[in-house]
Design a protein around this ligand. Structure first.
Ligand code: A2P
Length: 266
């Protein structure tokens, strides 16, 4: 028989959930789904702390929930860091394994932190797409906005697959397919591997190529709202760009015209 890892008791006040499925996209990225605790409540776009029951004091990391709040499973999209305290082990999970989740969810990438608008822009790099995977499957997004544009920039083409599948599946979704029809645009680019569209999203926006490629008007703080999630440097640069155009950062206490959150693990 295979050697089983040592079993540790489940810590108090955390959910212990079962892995339902795992999908590896590249040697750096994978997605997985776990069972949904009945009492879990979260806003689309929020994150939770997750860990593994492989130590007396498990290591927890912040993960954006990638599934919508109506889903009966909880989905995550993760990087694999070879020496990462959590992801080096998390990347090995299999259906049937246990994942720990702290009970509280929180985060700034929520619809209630934005004032009403017409177009919603979701700007992401790498695993920063995860909270938008939740929001794109939330009917509320389509009640509040006429058009949604998701940008996803990664180093390589294969890293774009998760977002491409997400958007392709939206229209077939029995619950929100009709709502999303013709209203969601995915804008991809790569920065290291040759592809149809190359460049950082900051450069594509600044040069105007982003707007001309899509045939849309430039950002307007009167009607547009922006959500940003990805690597630290990208956040800083897009935030500066948004502020230079007159966008104001929002929060639940004081909704504004853009919100920012870093993609946590990585
Ligand atoms: P680049 O390859 O030029 O660094 P990572 O995988 O390291 O998290 O990066 C995800 C994507 O974010 C990459 O395509 C990376 O481009 C891009 N990126 C990194 N820093 C910035 C930045 N300051 N502004 C815009 N995009 C960035």
């Amino acid at each position: 028989a295979d050697a089983k890892p040592l079993q540790f008791p489940i810590p108090a006040n955390v959910y212990a959930e079962t892995v339902v499925s795992v999908k590896h996209y590249t040697d750096r990225l994978f997605a997985f789904r776990i069972t949904r605790p009945q009492s879990l409540r979260f806003r689309s776009g929020e994150f939770v702390m997750i860990g593994l029951p492989n130590a007396e004091k498990p290591v927890y990391r912040a993960y954006s929930v990638a599934s919508p709040s109506w889903d009966d499973e909880v989905e995550f999209f993760s990087i694999k860091v070879p020496d990462g305290p959590l992801t080096s082990e998390l990347q090995k999970i299999q259906p049937g394994d246990t994942v720990l989740m702290r009970q509280k969810s929180t985060g700034t990438l929520v619809l209630d932190a934005l004032t009403p608008g017409k177009r919603l822009f979701m700007i992401s790099t790498g695993t920063g797409i995860a909270p938008f995977a939740s929001l794109l499957r939330d009917p509320d997004t389509y009640e509040r906005y006429e058009q949604v544009v998701l940008t996803h920039t990664c180093r390589d083409v294969a890293e774009l697959a998760y977002g491409q599948e997400l958007v392709a599946n939206l229209e077939n979704d029995p619950l929100i397919g009709e709502l999303t029809h013709g209203r969601v645009t995915l804008y991809n680019s790569t920065t290291r591997e040759e592809s149809e569209r190359m460049g950082r999203i900051t450069a594509l926006i600044s040069s105007g190529k982003f707007f001309s490629d899509l045939g849309i008007d430039k950002f307007d703080p009167e009607t547009d709202r922006i959500m940003i999630c990805g690597s630290m440097h990208m956040l800083k640069d897009v935030k500066e760009l948004a502020e230079s155009l007159g966008f104001v950062e929002g929060s639940l206490n004081e909704p504004g015209t853009f919100v920012v959150e870093r993609a946590f693990v990585g």
